[in-house]
Structure formats: structure tokens, C-alpha cells
Design a binder for this molecule. Structure first.
Ligand SMILES: C[S@@+](CC[C@H](N)C(=O)[O-])C[C@H]1O[C@@H](n2cnc3c(N)ncnc32)[C@H](O)[C@@H]1O
Length: 417
């Protein structure tokens, strides 16, 4: 076997747990994860080497052997159904503990979210066997990690990080070895957005629809992440995109698990000359919002209850006039959907990112568009379709009550100390 094959071969997996979930892992001899890391769990084959990492205490347990392949719902009721991607683990009396694994994994360049190649698997087995936590000889990383095989956990393909805040900022349009969409297509969507949405709101095998898919970014990300995808466009630039007007989507009611739309933001980009192209209508006219509302209505019809739609849109500043396209679109979306959240996506790769435009913006006292909105909306059974309910249900929040609570809990802690 060649060196290249040796280093990319996957042999081990680290599963994560918390203080709350750890006991159940051992009681059931079952390791698990949620849909975010579903692919990793489904990749596990019977006989693979497994480790369990408590993310709160940094304790690493292992090695274990997988007694089953990774599957969904081996024990559906485990952890109250929260972690359905599971693998059965063989009982072993050779299980060891490493109490300071955080630092060590970091030095080894190991990311628990990624599969482990055979070298790293062997190193972790060795680490647990010889680690000082187990009364063995003191840990000598120089010894157990020969220089040439450090940092070998190169994932098969680069994957984006999952976003935890509502500000998403990407240095480029795509990631990984294969292109996602076409970065020369005017108005192409950053593939990172699709990756984040798919990971958060769908599971492997789910159906994703992009009714205005342009160069096919959604389709490419879905394929790589094992989601089914139907991509439409009024003027498809690729054969695997179906020609269709987004105001009438040929799918059944309640049949889709997630929808993503990066619609035209007005008539600023000349996408194509198709008469049905909504990108020919000015965002300063009501007609633009009326036509896009027809698309929203269709999205609402085909989406399953409780599932999510993402709508990417930017504002407009043209000929000294500002149009809050985002707010106007959001208002229409609220007629059909409940808001999950609003994300701000930094605009980077646009034609106005030049010194000349910078000078103009300062000289003529206007702003260049710096962000787009990503409206994350949910189809909610309680919301009557088309009801003009843009009213916000305010969450009650009282500073007084909260500070009283904090005071009471610090008193309790003091009493325990
Ligand atoms: C911002 S682009 C989408 C970019 C795409 N997400 C990508 O990554 O390449 C908007 C797309 O909407 C399409 N479009 C405009 N009107 C449409 C309609 N009525 N039905 C379907 N697609 C339409 C345009 O052809 C254009 O490709």
C-alpha cells in the first residue's frame, strides 16, 4: 500500500458526550451524535476503533471497537431521541482514560469532528495505553508522534465551520476540492451559506429545493452532503437544473424538507432575457414584491410543517435612492412564515469592492452595500397562510427579575462552598 493511501485511510472515530450524556453512553454501550455530524456516524463500520470524548471535562475514553455499523435510530429512545445517529460499542475491560486530552488532541492536530486515519488512531490507542493518567510512563509526545506523521488528520475534503452567530463572513465563494456553483455566475451564492443551512435544518436523504438556483450552488452542496435536491431556474445554465418559473413549482403540498432562495434583488443584474425573469422588475416597484410573494406562497405550499426556508436578499442604493429591499421582502415573508432568525452575510466579492468605488462613496457621501440578509423562516402550522400578521410576539424580559434570579443563585453557590 502506498504512503498516500496509508495516511488517508480512515480507521477511528471520536464521539463526543457531555456530563449529562456520558453515563447513558456507557450504560447502553452506544455512542451517538445529532444530524450535524450524521455523516461521520454513518461512515462507521463494524470493527472500527472508537473513542469517547467528554467535551466538558476533556476526558478521553478508549479504545473501543464498533460492534455495529453506524446507523440511524439503533435505539430510538436513547437520549430522548436527541442523538439518533448511533453505533453499538463492544464491552471491553481494556478501556483507559486520558484526563487531559484537550491539550494533547490539540498538539496532535486532531479534530474530534473528523474521522481519524490509521496513524492517528494508533497514536490515540498508544496514548491511552501509556498515558500518565493510567499510571504508565510519562507521556512523551515527541516519542509517540514522529514528526513526519503529525497533523495528518487532513479531512478527505475541506468543510466549512458551522456558524454560531448571526454574522456570516466568507473570504470566498466556495470551499473544498470541487466547485459549488459557478463563481463567475453573476449573483452566485456563497456555498458556505448552503452548507450551514443544510447541516442545521436537514438530515441525510432529506429533500432540498432551490426554485431560483442560477449556477446550481445548492445542488452541488446537497450532492456532497447526501441530500436530495431539486433545482429550478427560469433560464437554467446547466442540464441538471430544471427550467421552471418559481411562481408555480411542480411539487406536492408539504413534500419538501428545506428551501433555499437567493432571488434577484431588483433589476441590478442582467441574468437572462427570459420574459418570466423577475430580475427584470425594479425593486422600487410594488410589482417586484408582488411577484416574489407568489414565489413565497408556492414555497409555503410545498414545504413540510415545521421546516425551514432561507431567503437571501440585499438592499439597493441606485441613483441616489435607497430602497430597503430586505425589509420589504421580510414583511411579505412574515405573511406566510414564522421567523427563526435573521443572519447578516458580509458582501465581499462584488464589483463595487474597488478603490474607485471607495472614493466615490466618500466623495459623494453614500454607502456601498456591505451585507445581505439571510431570512430564516419556518412553516408553522399555527400561522394562517397569507394572514397579514407581521405583528411581533414580544418575549417578556425583565431586568429586575433576571438580576434577582442571578443574585439568588450566587447566594445558593456561596452556601454550598
Ligand atoms: C441571485 S441568482 C441565484 C444564484 C444562485 N443561487 C447561484 O448560486 O448561482 C437569481 C436567479 O433567479 C432566477 N430567476 C429569476 N426569475 C425567476 C423565476 N420567475 N423563476 C425561476 N427563476 C428565476 C435567475 O435566472 C437567476 O439565476
Amino acid at each position: 500500500m502506498s504512503q498516500a493511501q496509508t495516511v488517508t485511510e480512515v480507521k477511528g472515530y471520536i464521539f463526543a458526550c457531555t456530563n449529562k450524556t456520558e453515563k447513558e453512553c456507557f450504560d447502553r454501550m452506544l455512542f451517538s451524535t445529532n444530524k450535524i455530524y450524521a455523516e461521520k456516524a454513518l461512515q462507521v463500520k463494524k470493527g472500527d476503533m472508537l473513542f469517547l470524548l467528554n467535551l466538558e471535562t476533556d476526558v478521553l475514553y478508549g479504545p473501543f471497537k464498533a460492534e455495529s455499523d453506524g446507523k440511524k435510530d439503533i435505539v430510538p429512545e436513547a437520549w430522548g431521541g436527541k442523538y439518533p445517529y448511533q453505533v453499538v460499542v463492544e464491552k471491553s475491560d481494556k478501556t483507559a482514560v486520558c484526563k487531559t486530552s484537550g491539550k494533547i488532541l490539540n498538539r496532535l492536530g486532531v479534530d474530534w469532528k473528523e474521522p481519524l486515519n490509521s496513524e492517528l488512531t494508533d497514536i490515540l490507542v498508544e496514548l491511552l495505553k501509556n498515558g500518565h493518567d493510567n499510571g504508565g510512563s510519562p507521556l512523551n509526545l515527541q516519542f509517540i508522534v514522529p514528526k513526519k506523521i503529525r497533523n495528518l488528520q487532513k479531512p478527505a475534503d475541506e468543510k466549512p465551520t458551522l456558524e454560531a452567530t448571526t454574522l456570516w463572513d466568507y473570504p470566498r465563494q466556495s470551499y473544498g476540492k470541487t466547485p459549488k456553483g459557478n463563481n463567475r455566475y453573476a449573483g452566485v451564492t456563497p456555498a458556505f451559506i448552503l452548507y450551514n443551512m443544510i447541516k442545521r435544518y436537514t438530515e441525510p436523504g432529506d429533500l432540498v429545493v432551490d426554485p431560483m438556483s442560477g449556477s446550481g450552488t445548492t445542488l452541488d452542496v446537497c450532492r456532497e452532503e447526501n441530500r436530495r435536491c431539486i433545482a429550478y431556474d427560469i433560464a437554467p445554465p446547466r442540464l441538471d437544473i430544471i427550467q421552471n418559473d418559481a411562481r408555480h413549482i411542480p411539487l406536492d403540498d408539504n413534500s419538501v424538507d428545506m428551501i433555499f432562495i437567493d432571488s434577484p434583488y431588483g433589476d441590478n443584474i442582467d441574468y437572462n432575457s427570459h420574459p418570466g425573469n423577475i430580475g427584470k422588475i425594479s425593486a422600487e416597484s410594488d410589482e417586484f414584491y408582488d411577484e416574489l410573494e407568489k414565489v413565497m406562497k408556492e414555497c409555503h405550499r410545498i414545504l413540510k410543517q415545521g421546516k425551514v426556508l432561507g431567503w437571501l436578499i440585499g438592499d439597493q442604493w441606485v441613483k441616489k435612492k435607497f430602497t430597503p429591499v430586505g425589509f420589504l421582502i421580510y414583511q411579505r415573508l412574515c405573511k406566510y412564515f414564522e421567523t427563526v432568525d435573521i443572519v447578516c452575510v458580509t458582501r465581499r466579492n462584488q464589483t463595487s469592492n474597488t478603490g474607485m468605488w471607495y472614493n466615490r462613496a466618500i466623495r459623494f457621501n453614500f454607502y456601498l452595500r456591505g451585507f445581505k440578509y439571510l431570512f430564516l423562516m419556518r412553516k408553522d402550522s399555527d400561522k394562517k397562510e397569507g394572514s397579514d400578521r407581521t405583528k411581533v410576539n414580544w418575549t417578556q424580559y425583565s431586568r429586575e427579575k433576571d438580576s434577582e434570579k442571578a443574585h439568588a443563585s450566587s447566594k445558593k453557590n456561596e452556601a454550598q462552598e
